[in-house]
Design a binder for this molecule. Structure first.
Ligand SMILES: *Cc1c(COP(=O)(O)O)cnc(C)c1O
Length: 380
């Protein structure tokens, strides 16, 4: 994971020699503070390389996260070893090796009897009870236990807890409609969850922490009465409910140098298939990032970048490693910097709209070739 190592920071402004992905750690801390104020405790979700932000777990913990959350056992073990923080992980096959995670005291989400047996076997092998969060499906039909399986799952959990093989820690669910705060599904899901909590307790699984809310639910006050919330998107400035008055700050800026310019006459075609043809004399600037770097190919014809304080359209097709920008008469020269995201440049929301997608997919899509630079926070 070489991208996790931030190189020596380049000058604050001025020209870049390589594409740069800059993370504003102060904005991340601000966003975390929003969720801390709205809840009783925040599990900071750092899956997908912290939504493409790189290794910022220590910063999140220093900024008051109660725990870390991720989707792979290996990532959870590494995080726990490195930070010593409570770490929850919730996506694994029953065939995964749970020994290390149990030995390290990772909090493991359990969605089925097969998983439960595997986790208990690991606990027996390493001689330490597994810290378990039972995960009940509240309507996602995805990574939680179907409600029909809940009775058996909680029953066996209660028995394994009595035998000291598992330690009942948490009960969790995930909401399918939290981005639509008024959707009736939210109330139904909460009722299902509270019932699941009661029936688990009757069978001997008494959880210390309960959690159902992610970013959108927490912003709208659903599930914030429970002990924990699990926040990913919001830490990185994304409000999935698109509230007009979102308190979140953007956390990422993308800039890249112009590698070549050329002056062309009206009628000049650009790129594969000449999907764009200049309708006037103009200057074109080539920037060395493309769809392999997360610039959505489908955004061609809509996407813009910021150069010399002005928006300029990306023209022609997005290539694997490069895009062409119509910079007109702005006087742009090779070596100048264009802003693809953040600051006065395009927002994540704009990229998502241009790509017909959501901000989450855009923010996690910038590849390995951007130089990650972390600014603010502890690195100051
Ligand atoms: C990704 C994820 C979260 C975080 O959701 P956000 O909307 O990004 O805050 C919480 N819980 C589960 C189960 C997840 O998969």
């Amino acid at each position: 994971m070489s991208s996790l190592t931030a190189p020596a920071a380049p000058p604050e402004s001025g020209s870049l020699t390589t594409p740069e992905l800059r993370v504003d750690l102060d904005a991340v801390a601000h966003n975390l503070a929003v969720f801390r104020a709205a809840s009783r405790g925040v599990v900071a979700v750092v899956k997908a390389d912290a939504f493409g932000h790189g290794d910022i777990a220590a910063h999140l913990l220093r900024s008051g996260a109660a725990a870390l959350g991720t989707t792979s056992l290996a990532h959870a073990v590494a995080l726990r070893r490195r930070t010593g923080a409570r770490t929850l992980t919730w996506l694994h096959a029953p065939s995964d090796a749970f020994d290390e995670a149990v030995a390290e005291g990772v909090d493991i989400a359990v969605p089925s009897l097969e998983h439960l047996r595997a986790v208990a076997a690991a606990a027996g092998a390493v001689g330490r009870p597994a810290r378990v969060h039972l995960h009940v499906d509240l309507g996602m039909s995805r990574d939680g236990a179907p409600r029909e399986a809940w009775r058996a799952l909680t029953g066996l959990s209660g028995m394994l807890a009595a035998r000291g093989l598992i330690e009942p820690v948490g009960l969790m669910g995930h909401l399918s409609h939290s981005a639509e705060p008024r959707h009736p599904r939210n109330a139904t899901a909460r009722m299902l969850f509270d019932n699941a909590v009661r029936s688990a307790a009757r069978r001997g699984f008494v959880a210390r922490v309960r959690h159902v809310a992610a970013t959108a639910a927490t912003l709208h006050g659903a599930g914030t009465d429970l002990e924990l919330v699990r926040i990913g998107a919001g830490l990185y400035g994304i409000d999935p409910s698109h509230s007009a008055a979102t308190p979140l700050r953007p956390t990422m800026t993308l800039r890249a140098p112009v590698v070549l310019t050329r002056d062309v006459h009206a009628g000049t075609g650009v790129g594969y298939g000449h999907t764009w043809v200049a309708d006037r004399d103009t200057r074109l600037a080539t920037v060395g990032v493309g769809y392999a770097d997360g610039v959505p190919r489908v955004a061609a014809g809509r996407a813009e970048v910021l150069v010399r304080g002005r928006r300029a359209p990306v023209v022609g097709t997005v290539s694997m490693d490069q895009i062409v920008v119509d910079v007109g008469d702005a006087g742009v020269a090779p070596g100048e910097t264009v802003t693809l995201l953040g600051g006065d440049g395009p927002s994540l929301r704009e990229w998502a709209d241009w790509a017909g997608s959501i901000e989450h997919e855009i923010i996690t899509g910038w590849g390995e070739r951007w130089t990650r630079v972390h600014r603010g926070g502890a690195t100051q």
